[in-house]
Design a protein around this ligand. Structure first.
Ligand code: FAD
Ligand code: NAD
Ligand code: FES
Length: 282
């Protein structure tokens, strides 16, 4: 069978409000993807290039879960089974550092839950005790919860208390810390969530991998669009480094991310993004 990617959508399923799962025909991505990696998708010839995490693979196809938040993700979520995506580059980024650490705490918020699923599975297969915390605004926005049945413990948090603990994943995290501190943490979701969980991990001195959802352009380390400031104290000296999320990441130890500049950069094109969406919806 030909391995030239067709990028045909094999199936599409609505998982929650504005959130869709797609299986896409692309053997090159399917055969080479490792947990933590992503693809850059262009839906149409004139479309923007958007980074999306590889949520699963099977023979000749891979899965993505997309939340429609702006022009390009809405355009992608309007595509249906049988249609083709214009181009896909990947797998990109460094894979997650899967090893046997002992007790691992996995935290997923919103559509970030799809991104942590392959990481959690790989950590379980590597012999870890895997505790998982999933968070959503409300129970109807909670995705893929049944697919975490392999976990040693699964904790659900909803902001409105419609399922599980009433509160954010931070509340779930504090309850788990009261039982036992993990050896390492993975946390993927909105930037304020990754920042909040990283602040707690820093207080306890526990490494925490966050997957930074930077705005990307080329995905090859050339344009600088996805740069992030990493700040570390070594022997009393503060060391600052610029890293590129697309090639050095997307995972970084959240204790050392300069969250203020990262969150500011996520907001920098808000006006242009709003205009692009309005033009698209006209
Ligand atoms: P825009 O018009 O660009 O933005 C709409 C709104 O979303 C604005 O408020 C804007 O500030 C905000 N926004 C824009 N880009 C981002 C961003 N990267 N993160 C957070 N908010 C943003 N999304 C998924 O749905 N599923 C995934 O699996 C997924 N994986 C990702 C993996 C990586 C490595 C990265 C970097 C991002 C990932 N994202 C994922 C986020 C996704 O790329 C953005 O939501 C998308 O680029 C937004 O494009 P847009 O044109 O639809 O929205
Ligand atoms: P959301 O706004 O619905 O939030 C989901 C949950 O995250 C909340 O229910 C809560 O438990 C937690 N949370 C949110 N804000 C918090 C805060 N300030 N403090 C503590 N906890 C908080 O999530 P969404 O709209 O689905 O957004 C998901 C985000 O994940 C997007 O920004 C997307 O870009 C990002 N993402 C990143 C990747 C990646 O690999 N980098 C992959 C997928 C998604
Ligand atoms: Fe251009 Fe990362 S997207 S350097």
């Amino acid at each position: 069978m030909s391995k030239i990617p067709k990028n045909t959508i094999l199936s599409k399923q609505r998982l929650a409000k504005a959130t869709y799962e797609f299986w896409i025909d692309n053997a090159l991505v399917a055969e080479n993807a490792k947990p933590g990696q992503f693809v850059i998708i262009r839906t149409s010839e004139k479309g923007e290039r958007i980074p999306i995490t590889i949520a699963d693979t099977q023979e000749n196809a891979f899965r993505i879960v997309v939340k429609a938040v702006g022009k390009s993700t809405i355009e992608l979520c309007m595509k249906n089974a049988g249609e083709q995506l214009y181009d896909i580059v990947g797998p990109l980024g460094k894979p997650s550092e899967i090893d046997c650490y002992g007790d691992v705490l996995i935290i997923g918020g919103g559509v970030g839950i799809a991104a942590i699923l392959p990481i959690a599975k790989a950590l379980k297969n590597a012999g870890n005790k895997v505790r998982v915390i999933l968070g959503a605004k409300t129970s109807t926005e909670l995705i893929l919860q049944d697919e975490f049945s392999f976990a040693d413990k699964l904790v659900i948090c909803t902001d409105d208390g419609s399922e599980g603990i009433k509160g954010t994943v931070v509340d779930g995290m504090m309850e788990e810390f009261n039982l036992e501190n993990p050896n390492v943490i993975w946390s993927v979701g909105p930037a304020p969530m990754m920042k909040a969980t990283s602040m707690i991990a820093a207080q306890y001195g526990i490494p925490i991998w966050v997957s930074l959802n930077a705005i990307m352009v080329d995905g090859t380390g050339m344009c600088g669009g996805c740069r992030v400031l990493i700040r570390k104290e070594e022997n009393g000296v503060t060391k600052e480094e610029i890293k590129y999320v697309c090639v050095d990441g997307p995972e970084f130890d959240g204790r050392y991310v300069d969250w203020e500049s990262f969150i500011r950069r996520l907001q920098q094109y808000k006006e242009e993004e709003q205009k692009a969406l309005e033009r698209f919806l006209e």
